[in-house]
Design a protein around this ligand. Structure first.
Ligand SMILES: Nc1ncnc2c1ncn2[C@@H]1O[C@H](COP(=O)(O)OP(=O)(O)O)[C@@H](O)[C@H]1O
Ligand SMILES: [Mg+2]
Length: 227
C-alpha cells in the first residue's frame, strides 16, 4: 500500500470539513477523487501534504505513519503536489516543489529537474510550452503555468503525486493529449497519483479507479460502482 488515510477528521475555522474519511492508494495506482465543489477534495490533498493537520485519524506512507511530518519532510519522503490554483497563499513557501521556481526562465525551471537540455526541450514541446521557454513563469498565463507545474512535478519522479484539478485552466484538446502522455509517464515510472476533479467524465481514460467524496467522506462502495 502506497498511501492510507484512516478515519481522517478535520475542522477549519470551527467547521467540520473532513468527517471520518478513509482512502487507500495502491502502489503505482492513479486514483480519481471526484465530487462537487466544496466537498473537500482540495482539503484532503492539503491534509496529505501536511498543510492542514487532521484533528483525528492517521496517514501512512508505505506503512510508516507521517502524521507528525511537516510539509517539507513529506516532500522529502516523496509526496509532491500540483495545486489547483498557483496563487494560493501558502505556495510561496513551497513554489519549487508545487509549481516552479520564480525568477528563472521556463527552460531553466525544467533544466533544474532534468539535467539533459535535449530531454527538457522535448518535454517542453510535449507540454506545448516550448515557444515560451525563455519567458519568466510570472509572464505566463494560468494554463501555461499549470503545464509547467505538472511537467516539473512529474519530472521529479515522486512516490505520490497529488494532482488537484491540474487541467482546470488548460484547453480541452491539450488536456486530452497531456492526460495520455502523463498516464503513460506515471505508469512507466511507477508513480502513484491522486487526481481530483468535480466532473466524473474527466477521470475517463486517465484513472485506474475512481472514488467519490461527499461532505468530507468517501461515498459507500455501492454508490461508487454506479458511477
Ligand atoms: N481555510 C478555510 N477555512 C474555512 N473553510 C474552508 C477553508 N478552506 C476550505 N474551506 C471550506 O471547506 C470546504 C471544502 O473545500 P475544498 O476542500 O476546497 O473543496 P473542493 O476542493 O472539493 O472544491 C468548503 O465548504 C470550503 O468553503
Ligand atoms: Mg478544490
Amino acid at each position: 500500500m502506497m498511501l492510507l488515510l484512516k478515519d481522517l477528521s478535520l475542522q477549519l475555522n470551527g467547521t467540520k470539513i473532513l468527517n471520518g474519511l478513509n482512502l487507500n492508494l495502491n502502489d503505482g495506482e492513479i486514483l480519481g477523487l471526484n465530487g462537487p465543489n466544496g466537498c473537500g477534495k482540495t482539503t484532503t490533498l492539503l491534509t496529505i501534504f501536511g498543510i492542514y493537520k487532521q484533528r483525528s485519524g492517521h496517514i501512512t506512507l508505505e506503512d510508516a505513519c507521517i502524521d507528525e511530518l511537516k510539509t517539507h519532510e513529506r516532500i522529502n519522503s516523496g509526496i509532491l503536489f500540483v495545486p489547483q490554483s498557483l496563487h494560493q497563499f501558502w505556495i510561496s513557501c513551497h513554489q519549487r516543489v508545487c509549481g516552479f521556481t520564480p525568477g528563472i526562465t521556463v527552460l531553466a525551471n525544467v533544466c533544474e529537474v532534468i539535467k539533459s537540455e535535449r530531454r527538457a526541450l522535448k518535454l517542453l514541446k510535449i507540454f506545448g510550452i516550448d515557444s515560451i521557454k525563455q519567458s519568466m513563469p510570472a509572464q505566463l498565463s494560468w494554463g501555461q503555468q499549470q503545464r509547467l507545474a505538472i511537467l516539473r512535478m512529474c519530472a521529479f519522479k515522486p512516490k505520490v503525486l497529488l494532482l488537484d484539478e491540474p487541467f482546470g485552466a488548460i484547453d480541452l484538446p491539450s488536456e486530452k493529449k497531456l492526460k495520455k502522455f502523463i498516464r503513460q509517464y506515471l505508469k512507466e515510472n511507477r508513480i502513484s497519483a491522486i487526481y481530483t476533479t468535480s466532473k466524473s467524465i474527466k477521470t475517463k481514460d486517465f484513472c485506474d479507479r475512481v472514488i467519490s467524496i461527499k461532505d468530507g467522506k468517501i461515498k459507500s462502495l455501492r454508490k461508487q460502482e454506479k458511477l
